[in-house]
Design a protein around this ligand. Sequence first.
Ligand SMILES: Nc1ncnc2c1ncn2[C@@H]1O[C@H](COP(=O)(O)OP(=O)(O)OP(=O)(O)O)[C@@H](O)[C@H]1O
Length: 342
Amino acid sequence: MLDDTRSEDLPFPILIGDIGGTNARFSILADANADPEQFPIVQTANFPTIDDAIRTIVLEKSPLKPRSAILAVAGPIDGDEIDLTNCNWVVRPRNMIQNLGFEDVLVVNDFEAQALAVAALPEQYREKLGASGEPHLASRVVLGPGTGLGVAGLLHARDTWFPVPGEGGHVDVGPRSERDFQIFPHLRRIEGRVSAEEILSGRGVVNIYQAICAADGIAPTLTLPADVTAHGLDGSNPQAVETLSLLATYLGRVAGDMALIFMARGGVYLAGGISQKIIPALKGPQFRAAFEDKAPHSELMATIPTYVVTHPQAALAGLASFARMPAAYGISMDGRRWRHQA
Ligand SMILES: Nc1ncnc2c1ncn2[C@@H]1O[C@H](COP(=O)(O)OP(=O)(O)OP(=O)(O)O)[C@@H](O)[C@H]1O
């Protein structure tokens, strides 16, 4: 039943799904021109299996019967049983074809879906950071601090967008300023090193906050990432204020590195659950200053635009663009497309 050949497009109606650790979002595209039919956001913990969730939330509610499915998942796609990171669901495309009536199932990586979203993002769904010019029609990068730190490149070549999902969230980050050298010894490490994800994620926010408190000999009073950013944004806690400032600096530093790697003249886009919630902090001078602080390429960096993605369901929008026009995107289907065979 596993079919590796890349031949015809997936048949409409197409169910598209963005399956995160905590939430799953679904919609159906009736045809290439239709607006997606949306369904309520599902908490993954409320359904024993993804098949149950699709049956209850989508198939029993919609008059449209999807013939195929495109699912974006947080986790490696390496066989017929796809385990999701941070949740108990296992995606079994063969079972979906047998039990849910799909003819065709394609599974992609969640940051590949974010990259697809960035390829086709209308201007109203992005908030610009800094004063650079408009993006070139050129390669882009998407970075998303959330539960972890997702990173994907989006190469533009031969009139096609090629998403490049990687593990860029796990690169090393080092100290640069005098203050960094005071704080870094107190950051929690993973096997001895400070990876980007250890500081640019929900737990990373708390890690920076606790390291600031430790460096200054102050007892920490905040424990949740959202509390730290809230007290930072309203100015009510000095360590939380500095946490936000350093978060913006470190995010700018890593975003700049990723832009250098991909020569992302098309811009760097910040997705993920946290970026949208700290826009005022990212609009301060720290983010762009760190982004551009890349000698000998500071002048180049000053021309690269940076944005926060503000679309509430960016990954779904990206999958919908792909479903409508698959030929515009260089998405490999090898080993991750399953088709019903009569
Ligand atoms: N206001 C906030 N400030 C800082 N961190 C926050 C805030 N709100 C949520 N977080 C943190 O963001 C993380 C969740 O990120 P996100 O919403 O991107 O989830 P996710 O990993 O994409 O999973 P899912 O797709 O299931 O929602 C958690 O670590 C949470 O503590």
